[in-house]
Design a protein around this ligand. Structure first.
Ligand SMILES: *Cc1c(COP(=O)(O)O)cnc(C)c1O
Length: 705
C-alpha cells in the first residue's frame, strides 16, 4: 500500500490530513492527535490544539518540508486507514438490532456540545455529556443526528488575576479555523416579528453528523445576528429567541436537509419549542389537538438535567406571548389552554411558562440523569402530572456516563494494552475490559498512578508559570511554586463550574485543621482547583476570589493552586493526573456529575458527597463518601457537618491509605481500592452503557410507536 501512496501527488498528504481534521474522530484517536501536534508543536499549543488552525499557520518552509517528508505521508496514511477502518467496522447497533428497528433515526437537540477544547461551543457538564453522547453513538452505530448552535463567541475565556478578580473575555471563534463545513443551506426562522436567516453548518463526529445554526449573516438585522454570539449570555428576551432558534429552527434545518427523524431527543428543556412546531404541523394536516399531542409525545424523549431553579428556564407571560402567542390559534387552543402547556399548576394564571414543564408534557419518555436525580425530579414535578404521590410521576432514569477513549490518558494506553487488552473499535456496552484488572500486578498499577501524577505536575508547573507571568507575577513566585509542588504528594483535584451548590471553598472551612493535614512534611497533600462561574453569578465569582486568596497565602502557597480558564484540556489533565477527585455539592442538587467518572479510568479515586451518580457508583471499597447522605435545612449546619466529614476521612483514612507503603513501596490498600474502582466504575459509567439504555429503553420504544 505504501508504494501506491508514494506515487500520489506530493501535495496530497497535507490535504488528506486536513480531511482527517474535519472528522472529530481524531479527538479520541492518539495517533491522529500526535500527527497534528507534529505538524508544528508551537502552533498546536498556541491554537489550543486546533489542527485546522495549526495547518493554516504553517510557515512555507515547514509546509515544504512536510510535503517532502515520506515518513509524514506514511503517518497520514496510517491514520487515514484507522479512520476508514473505524467507519467501516461492524457496530453494536448493527449486530443487535434488526428489521424495522434499523429504520430508527434519532434527532438529538442540545444548546451546547463539547468535543474538544479547540471547538469551544460549551459551558460545562451538559455540553460534555452531549459531546460524549454523540461520540458513543458513533462508536455504537446508532443512527442519530445532532442539532445545535455554532456560537461565534461561545462561553467565555476566564482570566484570574493574582488578587482573584476575574476577567471575562470573549475571543471570536473563527469558523474557517474550526472543523465545520458550510452545507450551503440556509433556513428562515420566524422569531417574533423577524424572519431570521440561519446558515446550516455541519460537524462530523465519526459516523455522526451534527448540524449547527448560525445567524450571524449580513442578511439579518444586527439584533438577529447576535442571536448566536453568546452561549447563556444576555437577558430573558435573548434566551427565548435562542430557544426558538434551536427548537423550531432546528426542525426547519432537518427539513431543509431532507432528514426525517423518527424520534426526537430533547437534551434539556432548551429545545422544547420543537414540540410546539411539530404539534402545529400535525394539526394543520388535520389532526385534533389530542391526537397530535399523542403523536408528538410518543416520539419524544426528554432528559431533564438539574433540580437547580435557574437551570429550568421560565418566561414571564407577556414575553412568552410576544414570541409564541400566535401558536395558540394555530393549535386550536385558547390563550390559557396554550399557556397551561408550560405551567405546573394549570389554573395559576400568574405562573411563568416553564420549558421543562413543556418538555415533560410533550414527551412520553422522560428521564433524569441518575437514580437519585430521577427521585428528586419525580418529587419536583408532581404538580405537573397532578400526581398524588411521587411514584406516579413517569420520570425514569438513565445514569450519565463518559466516552471512555476521550478521557483515557494516552500514557495509560500501554498499561491497558498490556493488562486489559481492549479492542475499542466495534466494542459494545457489554465489553468490560476492566474485569481483568485483578490480574495486573499491583506494582504496575501504582507505577501508572505515579507516572500520571508526575505528568500532571509537569503540566501544572508550565501552566502556572504562564498564568503567573501573564498577570504580572515575578520569578520568585514561580520559583516558590516549582519548589513546593511535589511529584510524590497526594494530589487532590476539584474542577467544575463554580456554581453555588458545588461549594468550591468548603474544604477551607477550618483553615487550621486543613493546614495541618496538608502540611505534614512526611505525608504532604496538595490541592488543585479550576472552574468558571457563570459571568453574571457574583456569588460564584466570590468563590473564585476566596480560593485564590487561600492559594496566595501561607500556609497554602504552592500547595493550593487555582488554574484559570477550566476547559476540556484542563479537565483531562486533572482527571487523569490527580490521585483523588473531590466533589462536595449540596445533596441532591448535583443531578449526576460526570467529572468523577473520569479518574477511575486513570487509576484515580473518588471522594464525594453521596449525590448524583455516586450513590450508584460507591460500594464502600472503591473510594470514599463524604457523610452518608445526611441533609440539613440549615446551610451552615450542612457545611459544618460535611466539612467535618472531609477532615475526618482525610486524617483517618485517605492520607494513611496513600502513605502506608509495603516493602516494594506500594500503598497496597490504596491500590486495592483503585482496582475496585476501575472494576465498578469504568464500564458501568460509560456513555456506551448509557446509549444502550437510551436505545433499548427509550429510542426504540419511541420509534416503534
Ligand atoms: C467532565 C467535565 C465537566 C462535568 O463536570 P461535573 O462533575 O459534572 O461538574 C464539566 N466541564 C468539563 C471541562 C469537563 O471535562
Amino acid at each position: 500500500m505504501s508504494r501506491t501512496t508514494s506515487r500520489r501527488p506530493r501535495t496530497a498528504a497535507l490535504d488528506r490530513a486536513a480531511c482527517i481534521a474535519h472528522n472529530l474522530w481524531w479527538t479520541w484517536n492518539p495517533d491522529a492527535r500526535r500527527l497534528f501536534e507534529g505538524l508544528d508543536p508551537a502552533a498546536w499549543e498556541a491554537s489550543n490544539h486546533n489542527p485546522v488552525a495549526t495547518m493554516q499557520r504553517l510557515a512555507d518552509s515547514r509546509r515544504a518540508a512536510l510535503l517532502a517528508d515520506t515518513d509524514f505521508a506514511h503517518r497520514v496514511d496510517v491514520v487515514e486507514k484507522h479512520l476508514s477502518g473505524y467507519l467501516k467496522s461492524a457496530t453494536w447497533f448493527g449486530r443487535s438490532h434488526r428489521g424495522n428497528d434499523r429504520k430508527l433515526r434519532v434527532a438529538y437537540f442540545c444548546m451546547e456540545y463539547a468535543f474538544h477544547e479547540s471547538l469551544p461551543l460549551y459551558a460545562g457538564g451538559l455540553g460534555v455529556l452531549a459531546g460524549d453522547h454523540l461520540k458513543s453513538a458513533s462508536d455504537l452505530g446508532i443512527p442519530l443526528v445532532g442539532v445545535g448552535v455554532l456560537w461565534k463567541y461561545g462561553y467565555y475565556r476566564q482570566e484570574i488575576q493574582l488578587d482573584g478578580e476575574v476577567r471575562v473575555l470573549y475571543p471570536e471563534n473563527r469558523f474557517d479555523q474550526l472543523p465545520v463545513t458550510n452545507t450551503g443551506k440556509t433556513i428562515t426562522v420566524p422569531i417574533g416579528k423577524s424572519k431570521v436567516k440561519a446558515r446550516i453548518w455541519k460537524a462530523t463526529i465519526g459516523r455522526i453528523e451534527l448540524f449547527l445554526l448560525d445567524t450571524d449573516l449580513k442578511a439579518n438585522k444586527p439584533a438577529d445576528r447576535k442571536l448566536t454570539h453568546h452561549l447563556y449570555g444576555g437577558n430573558r428576551t435573548d434566551r427565548i429567541r435562542q430557544e426558538i432558534l434551536l427548537g423550531i429552527g432546528g426542525l426547519l434545518a432537518l427539513d431543509a436537509l431532507g432528514i426525517e427523524p423518527t424520534v426526537f431527543h430533547l437534551n434539556e428543556g432548551h429545545a422544547a419549542f420543537c414540540g410546539l412546531e411539530r404539534l402545529r404541523r400535525l394539526i394543520k394536516a388535520g389532526m385534533s389537538f389530542s391526537e397530535a399531542q399523542e403523536t408528538v409525545r410518543g416520539s419524544s424523549v426528554f432528559t431533564t438535567h438539574t433540580p437547580v431553579p435557574e437551570g429550568n428556564d421560565r418566561f414571564e407571560t407577556p414575553l412568552f406571548n410576544r414570541y409564541l402567542g400566535h401558536f395558540a390559534s394555530a393549535l386550536g387552543l385558547t390563550k390559557d389552554e396554550f399557556l397551561a402547556l408550560g405551567r405546573e399548576d394549570e389554573s395559576d394564571r400568574k405562573e411563568p411558562f416553564c420549558m421543562t414543564v413543556l418538555a415533560l408534557k410533550l414527551s412520553e419518555h422522560c428521564n433524569g440523569v441518575a437514580k437519585l436525580h430521577a427521585e428528586t425530579s419525580r418529587q419536583m414535578w408532581m404538580k405537573t402530572y397532578n400526581a398524588a404521590s411521587a411514584k406516579d410521576v413517569p420520570i425514569g432514569h438513565v445514569t450519565n456516563g463518559i466516552h471512555v477513549e476521550s478521557w483515557l490518558s494516552d500514557q495509560a494506553r500501554p498499561f491497558y494494552d498490556r493488562h486489559l487488552k481492549p479492542k475499542w473499535v466495534g466494542a459494545g456496552p457489554e465489553d468490560d475490559w476492566w474485569r481483568r484488572i485483578d490480574k495486573a500486578p499491583k506494582e504496575d498499577i501504582w507505577a501508572l498512578r505515579q507516572l500520571l501524577r508526575r505528568r500532571l505536575i509537569a503540566f501544572l508547573r508550565e501552566r502556572m508559570r504562564r498564568q503567573i507571568l501573564s498577570h504580572g507575577g515575578d520569578a520568585a513566585m514561580i520559583q516558590e511554586l516549582y519548589e513546593t509542588l511535589d511529584e510524590n504528594a497526594l494530589t487532590i483535584g476539584f474542577a467544575r463550574r463554580f456554581a453555588l451548590y458545588k461549594r468550591a471553598p468548603l474544604i477551607f472551612r477550618d483553615v487550621k485543621r486543613l493546614a495541618k493535614i496538608m502540611g505534614d512534611a512526611n505525608r504532604p497533600v496538595q490541592l488543585i482547583f479550576a472552574g468558571k462561574a457563570h459571568p453574571q453569578d457574583t456569588a460564584g465569582h466570590e468563590f473564585v476570589r476566596r480560593v485564590q486568596s487561600y492559594a496566595r497565602r501561607a500556609p497554602f502557597r504552592g500547595r493550593v493552586l487555582l488554574l484559570e480558564n477550566y476547559d476540556m484540556h484542563i479537565g483531562r489533565q486533572l482527571t487523569q493526573g490527580c490521585d483523588l477527585w473531590l466533589n462536595n455539592p449540596i445533596r441532591p442538587m448535583e443531578a449526576s456529575g460526570t467529572s468523577g467518572m473520569k479518574p477511575p479510568l486513570n487509576a484515580g479515586l473518588n471522594f464525594s458527597i453521596l449525590d448524583g451518580w455516586w450513590p450508584e457508583g460507591y460500594n464502600g471499597r472503591n473510594g470514599w463518601s463524604i457523610g452518608s447522605g445526611e441533609t440539613f435545612t440549615s446551610r451552615a449546619k450542612q457545611d459544618r457537618y460535611d466539612a467535618e466529614s472531609i477532615y475526618e476521612t482525610l486524617e483517618n483514612e485517605i492520607v494513611p491509605a496513600f502513605y502506608d507503603r509495603n516493602r516494594k513501596g506500594v500503598p497496597a490498600r490504596w491500590v486495592r481500592m483503585v482496582v475496585s474502582s476501575m472494576k465498578s466504575v469504568c464500564c458501568e459509567f460509560s456513555t456506551h452503557r448509557m446509549l444502550s439504555e437510551y436505545t433499548d429503553g427509550f429510542y426504540l420504544p419511541a420509534h416503534r410507536s
